[in-house]
Write a new protein. Structure first.
Length: 278
């Protein structure tokens, strides 16, 4: 965000319905600044929605396992073309760098999003921070997956990407956090130069005909085979400044962020998803 499984386990995630009792504790969620009754609205500061403690414990993940797409998967990136992606700003053909079976963020060009739109899905995505990245905090290997775009730019529901290997930052902004909402249960980050894996189960929010919220979004995430978001119920979108809110939308594109931080661009590979509840 701006200045900002193993197959067995994943298969179980896709097969077992989630229940509210499996949700993460709410003690680590974004604080809501208080305001006196009748006080005029003011512009919040980014720091007001940062949470720094408690710090998720570090867990060393197991060895990388190459997870090929299952037979019913929609392959969004197979290392050969960017045909499933367009530029976020104008939906022209994606202009990220393609080579050696990976796609690398083109920071000047901007973020990309899927041509197709989705509702509920299981998603697999791999990402890597280049070796030798020396920046710190939010300036080190920053990007994000917007699980459903709700407008132009960095709007939607963001699963944070960041180099969180021995890199201190606010915990609801580290890798595998739901940005500015839910820190990961643990820090399962691999070091620079190694591939990190997210396996995601996303349930999109539903809205009534009058635009009011019918049911909130939920997410479960495995980071390098380790559970980091356990059926978390989102409070709304994930803004850099301000509090989360819901605005009605339907099926949506998935966005990959081109962040404005000064670190070298990160790379992606092996991106696929399975549509659920169709």
């Amino acid at each position: 965000m701006r200045t900002r499984l193993s197959m067995l386990v994943l298969g179980a995630l896709g097969a077992v319905p989630f229940t509210a009792s499996a949700q993460q504790p709410t003690s680590q969620t974004t604080p809501a600044p208080s305001a006196a009754a009748g006080a005029p609205a003011r512009q919040m500061k980014p720091e007001e929605t940062e949470v720094w403690t408690p710090v998720p414990p570090v867990v060393t993940p197991g060895a990388y396992v190459n997870t090929a797409p299952p037979s019913d998967a929609i392959v969004l990136f197979d290392g050969k073309s960017l045909d499933e992606w367009v530029m976020m700003r104008d939906r022209s053909p994606a202009k990220w760098t393609l080579g050696d079976g990976v796609m690398t963020v083109n920071k000047p060009a901007g973020g990309i999003e899927t041509k197709r739109q989705f509702t509920d899905y299981q998603m697999h995505i791999e990402w890597r921070v280049p070796r030798g990245t020396t920046q710190t905090g939010q300036s080190r290997g920053n990007s994000g997956i917007f699980l459903a775009s709700t407008g132009s730019g960095d709007t939607g529901y963001e699963l944070q990407i960041l180099d969180s290997y021995e890199n201190k930052t606010y915990v609801n902004g580290q890798a595998a956090s739901i940005y500015k909402q839910s820190p990961p249960l643990v820090n399962a980050m691999r070091p620079q130069g190694e591939w990190n894996v997210y396996d995601i189960v996303w349930t999109a929010p539903r809205f009534n005909t009058d635009g009011s919220l019918k049911s909130p979004a939920r997410i479960t995430v495995m980071h390098n085979g380790v559970l980091v978001q356990n059926n978390y119920t989102l409070k709304g979108n994930t803004p850099y400044i301000g509090l989360p809110e819901y605005k009605p939308h339907g099926p949506a594109s998935i966005k990959l962020q081109s962040h404005g931080d000064p670190s070298p661009p990160i790379s992606f590979r092996n991106i696929w998803l399975r549509e659920l509840n169709k």
